[in-house]
Design a protein around this ligand. Structure first.
Ligand code: ZN
Length: 326
């Protein structure tokens, strides 16, 4: 049987696996209004990635679509509770472990982790965010990237990368840096947008909920593949919904996409949105947002039953992975 030749695009070299063939057409087309860039799919590992790479797209300042820094205190605490339960609660211990919170932002998750007993170091690209983390919570937080601090960090038990890997021009090098700072039994936990999430599939739109600065978009296969190539084992992946029922931009994009449809279709689509909303166990966080650090600490215990099962189903909007050093 003759296997059809895969299309070749000149100069493509996958940033995850080094393969030199990608999809013939962009999976996501450039959108000048949103500042988005052409994204292609590697035909070997499946990573969807900006090609050619444009260093100007790196986050040296908050991306126009990335206004998390300006969210309300209650929203910050709610997100911190959710990410703590999903990623860090399973690894709590005594004596306390050392946590690296890469992409610590203004410091709510790091502050919550410290209150739960961790020894915490935060790193974030945004000097403004780090400054607020230090002033507000007196955290050990540092501005810059991991490569800058790699040689001076103590051995890390758990490295959490929250909303980081999708921005990095060289995710393989980033994981190499993570590997270098982990203790011998260290663990990496990753949280990133999930390319095959149900919202995007539902509306059949190509840029649903995607931030214009996201240069890598993963599914479970491509993220697991990258972790394996980077020297990690015991790789597990899963997905979960943002406590606000999917990133608000995802849902609003999806609703806009179905609005031009005939009225019965729109009605059915809205009923489906609301069904997903009721099925999301995290919405109790949204209806009763934690207001303070102490409140957030208590809510972690309340929400502990919603730990995410690492399963083969990956339909929610946040993709997660955990892995150990090989
Ligand atoms: Zn690849």
């Amino acid at each position: 049987m003759t296997v059809p030749k895969q299309p070749t695009r000149s100069n493509f070299c996958c940033v995850a696996c080094g393969h030199q063939r990608c999809s013939r057409k962009p999976v996501v087309r450039a959108d000048p209004q949103r500042g988005a860039l052409d994204l292609f799919r590697c035909v070997r590992c499946g990573l969807i990635q900006q090609h050619p790479r444009d260093p100007a797209s790196q986050l040296t300042a908050p991306c126009p679509g990335h206004q998390i820094i300006n969210e309300s205190e209650a929203s910050h605490w709610a997100r911190a509770v959710q990410q703590y339960v999903v990623h860090l609660l399973p690894w709590e211990s005594k004596p306390p472990k050392r946590l690296l919170n890469l992409g610590c932002g203004v410091g709510h998750l790091a502050a919550l982790a410290r209150r739960r007993g961790w020894r915490v170091i935060g790193i974030d690209n945004s000097p403004e965010a780090v400054s607020r983390a230090v002033v507000n919570f007196d955290l050990d937080a540092r501005a810059g990237n991991l490569a800058r601090y790699r040689s001076t960090l103590p051995p890390i038990d758990v490295a959490f990368l929250g909303d980081v890997i999708e921005y990095d021009l060289n995710p393989a090098a980033l994981l190499e840096d993570v590997r270098a700072i982990l203790a011998s039994d260290g663990v990496v936990c990753i949280d990133t947008p999930n390319w095959p999430n149900r919202w995007r599939k539902l509306a059949r739109a190509r840029r649903l909920g995607l931030n214009a600065c996201h240069v890598n978009l993963f599914d479970a296969g491509s993220l697991g593949s990258l972790l394996g190539r980077s020297g990690f084992s015991d790789i597990q992946t899963g997905s979960y919904s943002h406590y606000g029922n999917g990133a608000p931009s995802v849902q609003s994009d999806a609703r806009v996409s179905v609005q031009p449809s005939p009225e019965p279709t729109t009605w059915r689509s809205n009923r489906l949105f609301n069904w997903f909303k009721r099925r999301n166990p995290w919405t109790t966080l949204k209806s009763n947002l934690p207001a303070t650090l102490d409140d957030a600490r208590r809510r972690v215990s309340e929400m502990a039953c919603h730990r995410v099962a690492y399963t083969s189903k990956h339909t929610a909007d946040n993709l997660i992975a955990t892995a150990r050093l090989r």
